[in-house]
Design a protein around this ligand. Structure first.
Ligand SMILES: [Fe+2]
Length: 431
C-alpha cells in the first residue's frame, strides 16, 4: 500500500464514516440483526456513554471477527516503558536536558523501542501524562499494540511511520503528528528502516482543539487540516500478538488472526494525522509576545476550567515584528511543567545544546529562559521584521510536575551541566 497515495477523511471531532467494501457500513442503525457481509458490530467507547454530546467519543466498528474472541492476556516484559504514578526516583526540581536517544543496536520495533522519560498523574485514575521517546530499526511484524491507559500523540523526529490502525492507515513523517485514540490497535511499520521520535501518552480527557475566544472562528490548528484514515482491513489467519498497555504494564495475547480486520466504521473516536506546517501561527503585531499558549495545537482539559491536563504546543515558523520587545521567549517560572523537543533545525531561545531529537524538561517553578548568547543577541538586535523559519520545536505542557524515570536521569544521553547554559548572565544594573 502506498504512502502519500493514502486516502484520508478530513476534519477533527466530527463524525467520520468509511467502508473498504461498498455496502459494508450498515445504514440507518448501528447494530442490525445481521450486519452486512456477516461482519460483527462492535462499539469502541473513548468516553463514558453519558458524557456531554460535545465531548462524547465513540466509534462503531464492523469487523471480520469480534475483538472479544481471544485467549487470556499474560504479562510480558515492559522494557523501559513505564506508567504513572512514577516512583522510580524522587521528583527533581532541576532543569534537565538530553541529547537524542541513541539508535538501538539490536533489532527493535516501535513498541520495543519505547522508553519512558517520566510523567505524572495516575493511569488508573485516567489523569496525567506519560512522556516517551522511541527509537526503532524494524517494523512491527505480526503484532499490534494499543494502550488502555491513554491516547498516543506521536511526534516523529526521524523516519516515516506507516501506522496501520483498526480504522485505517496513516503515514506520519517528521513535521507531522499522529494521534491514536485510547484502545485503538495499531502496528507501526518503518518504510525507511529506522525511526525516532517522541510520544505524549495522554491518560486524561482526549485531546481536543482549544477554544479560540476573541481569536474568532478560525486560526491556530484548523479542524479541516486533521486527517482521519479510511477503512482498510487485513483478512489474514496468521497468529498475531496483541500487546495491551494496561495499568502501566504490558500484557499480550495471541489472536489467531489479524485484529486489523475492520471493514467499515463510523464515529468520532478515530486516529488523526496532522501536518504541523499547516498550523496557523498567531502572535503580536505591536509589542511583547503572547504567552506560548497561543501556540496550542491540542489540549486535554482537566476538570478545572482553563487548566490543562496537557497541552501540545508547537513553535512553528513565524514572523517576529514586535517593537521595543525582547523577542525570544522571556525568562519565566511556570506552575505548569514543560517538556520540549525539537523536530528539526534550532529553537530561538537556545543557541546550542538543544538539538533535533533532543529534549528538555523544565519542571514546576523552575527558572528558565534564553541562554546568554541568545540574551545578548536579542537585547541588541535591530528590530526589523524577522522570519523565524529554521526550526520546528514543540512542547508537552502539563498541570503537574513531571517525575522522571531512572532511565531518563541516568541515561548516557542526559546532558550534564545544563545549568551552565545560564552562566555568565552578568549584572547590567546601573543607576
Ligand atoms: Fe517555559
Amino acid at each position: 500500500m502506498g504512502g502519500k497515495d493514502l486516502d484520508y477523511s478530513p476534519g477533527f471531532g466530527n463524525e467520520h464514516s468509511s467502508e473498504a467494501v461498498s455496502g459494508a457500513l450498515p445504514v440507518g442503525r448501528n447494530a442490525p440483526q445481521r450486519a452486512p457481509f456477516g461482519l460483527y458490530a462492535e462499539q469502541l467507547s473513548g468516553t463514558a456513554f453519558t458524557e456531554p454530546r460535545a465531548r462524547n467519543r465513540r466509534s462503531w466498528l464492523y469487523r471480520i471477527r469480534p475483538s472479544a474472541a481471544h485467549p487470556p492476556f499474560r504479562r510480558v516484559d515492559n522494557g523501559w516503558l513505564r506508567g504513572a504514578p512514577f516512583r522510580d526516583v524522587e521528583p527533581d526540581p532541576n532543569r534537565l536536558r538530553w541529547s537524542p536517544l541513541p539508535m538501538p543496536d539490536e533489532p527493535t520495533d516501535f513498541v520495543q523501542g519505547l522508553v519512558t522519560v517520566g510523567g505524572n498523574g495516575d493511569v488508573l485514575r485516567r489523569e496525567g501524562i506519560g512522556i516517551h521517546w522511541y527509537a526503532a530499526n524494524r517494523s512491527m511484524e505480526r503484532r499490534v499494540f494499543s494502550s488502555s491507559d491513554g491516547e498516543f500523540l506521536i511526534v516523529p523526529q526521524r523516519g516515516i511511520l506507516l501506522i496501520r490502525t483498526e480504522l485505517g492507515v496513516l503515514q506520519a513523517e517528521p513535521g507531522h503528528v499522529a494521534l491514536i485514540p485510547r484502545g485503538v490497535r495499531f502496528r507501526v511499520e518503518l518504510p525507511e528502516g529506522t525511526a525516532r521520535g517522541y510520544v505524549c501518552e495522554n491518560y486524561g480527557q482526549p485531546f481536543q482543539l482549544p477554544d479560540l475566544g476573541p481569536i474568532g472562528a478560525n486560526g491556530l490548528a484548523n479542524a479541516r487540516d486533521f486527517l482521519a484514515p479510511v477503512a482498510a482491513y487485513e483478512d489474514g489467519d496468521e497468529e498475531t500478538e496483541v500487546i495491551n498497555k494496561f495499568g502501566g504494564n504490558l500484557w499480550a495475547a495471541v489472536y489467531g488472526h489479524s485484529p486489523l480486520d475492520v471493514v467499515a466504521w463510523h464515529g468520532n473516536h478515530v486516529p488523526y494525522l496532522y501536518d504541523l506546517r499547516t498550523f496557523n501561527v498567531l502572535g503580536s503585531i505591536s509589542y511583547d509576545h503572547p504567552d506560548p499558549s497561543i501556540f496550542t495545537v491540542l489540549t486535554s482539559p482537566s476538570d478545572t476550567p482553563g487548566l490543562a491536563n496537557a497541552d501540545f504546543v508547537v513553535f512553528a515558523p513565524r514572523w517576529l515584528v514586535g517593537e521595543d520587545t525582547f523577542r525570544p521567549p522571556y525568562f519565566h517560572r511556570n506552575v505548569m511543567s514543560e517538556f520540549m523537543g525539537l523536530v528539526e533545525g534550532a529553537y530561538d531561545a537556545k543557541a546550542e545544546g538543544f538539538v533535533p531529537g533532543g529534549a528538555s524538561l523544565h519542571n514546576m517553578m523552575s527558572a528558565h529562559g534564553p541562554d546568554r548568547t541568545t540574551f545578548d543577541r536579542a537585547s541588541t538586535a535591530e528590530l526589523v521584521p524577522q522570519k523565524i523559519d529554521d526550526g520546528l520545536a514543540f512542547m508537552f505542557e502539563t498541570r503537574w510536575p513531571v517525575v522522571p524515570t531512572e532511565f531518563a536521569l541516568g541515561g548516557s544521553h542526559r546532558q550534564e551541566g545544563y545549568d551552565r547554559v545560564w552562566e555568565g548572565l552578568e549584572r547590567h544594573f546601573g543607576l
